[in-house]
Ligand binder design. Sequence first.
Ligand code: GDP
Ligand code: MN
Length: 382
Amino acid sequence: MDLVEYQGKQYFARYGVPISAGRVADTVDEALAAADDVGYPVVVKAQVQVGGRGKAGGVKLAADRAEVELHASNILGLDIKGHIVKRLWIEHATDIAKEYYASFTLDRASRNHLAMVSARGGIDIEQVADESPEAIARLQIDPLDGLDQQAALQLVTDAGLDAEALEQAAQILVQLYRCYIEGDADLVEVNPLVLTTDGRVHALDAKVTLDDDAAFRHPEWSEIEAIGHVDQREQLAKEKGLNYIGLNGTVGIIANGAGLAMSTLDVVNQVGGSAANFLDIGGGANAEVMANALEVINTDPNVQVILVNIFGGIVRCDEVAQGILDALERVELSSPIVIRLDGTNSKQARTMLEDHRSGRLVPELTMLGAAKRAVEIAGGRS
Ligand code: GDP
Ligand code: MN
């Protein structure tokens, strides 16, 4: 789950990371009230799940009420890279002396956490990484060791932060690391982390991605409001308890087991198609689960064909076939369905499906054959 800036800042604040005083506002009037409350000058900031808001006109300084009114009315409703602004964060403006960058994320290759700090913050960090990778100091952190003040101090020193910022920045890194670990985040990023003209260091922006798999440890997460962009297909899948990830292609995919689902994506790609989703229905490939899966895929307007790829190990293929046939009675599909069933009782299953073969229901013997047929029906790569 990606948090918007103000939610990220509220998350930071729990771990002691300093932020500017601010309030949310959904209307111009609320923006004015918020600005009066936090004190002028203020910054009016669009709350959308996308970076580069500043460049897109979604972050504006306002010296007085008239400017708040002007900027709030311009920014509310603004389209920033396809995200419509519905909420603002109004915070007391900071006098910036320097803009730095700091983040924690998982480095899968080294099986460690990775801290990155740069004295060149504020701008696009990908650009810094491309043009002058030496400007980013990196530290791999063994989860068993953690990060202490001394190691953090070394890191911010290596990154070339200004002398007067070092101690505070190091302490903020330790707090951010706790936020990242104890807060079960996959990513925390502060760009910019600023040094103010009066010598204080604090987080001026916040990007936090929470690890959805840790939600069971955080009942309080259910209160975090989903703001802005929610993938409707993923939302429906979640309600139905399905393991679904939306993608951009035209071949809807249903498979049992995450490994088989991934291989199915690969094979579809290999034969020139593109997957519309990842969907693992697990072991319980009964009519109920199958109907739910078909229903979710059916809501995706990009889908041209559905590919069902089931390997019956413990689950019996004839039961799955019956499940599919029952499900097809319940859900009116907008696209044809190609089915490959193999494994336990696959012979009976195939006989059952053959009896229903049509232009809308196409049984295939092999995974590769099924993928080829599906991609043919979908008309190749989207
Ligand atoms: P982003 O463009 O989506 O990354 O939004 P940020 O929150 O990072 O804001 C973009 C830029 O606006 C920052 O890099 C700052 O240069 C500027 N900015 C944001 N808040 C303030 C503030 O309180 N005072 C000043 N002077 N500039 C600010
Ligand atoms: Mn930023």
